[in-house]
Design a protein around this ligand. Sequence first.
Ligand SMILES: [Cu+2]
Length: 159
Amino acid sequence: MLPERRLKRVSAKLAAALAAALAAALAVFLATSAPTLAGSELVVTEARVRALLPGQRNTVAYFLIENRGPASVTLVGAASAAARAMEIHETRRDGDMYRMRRRAEVEIPGQTAVRFEPGGLHLMLFDVQAVGEHVEIELVTRDGRRLTTIFQRIAAGAE
Ligand SMILES: [Cu+2]
């Protein structure tokens, strides 16, 4: 058992660390919650891209896309000057393994939202030289719209 005074000091440190972590999370949330309005009815929020891990050249991006219009919209790809190539991927559980596979398209029915998030849909960025604090990514729809969205860099593990 730790003496009581020592315990108090430890818990004060823990509280300070938690407060700092919450402040950081809130800052990221505020920075990424400004919506991108494109083609009037498509709204992208929570756009974030994972920082490169040491020695890696590929990374992932996540976002929430909301279709406020009545008609279905289909995402067919993405592009960025920061990556040689990008693909839409989905992580699927296969027995007790998780595997990623490429998705040719993702439909967003009218009046619904689709979440690209860890363990599910994501954008893969291939051959990235560096992930800046903000990365511009275009989301491409089947009817030829290009939604330019600013993705905020997040640390690996903070997805
Ligand atoms: Cu992937």
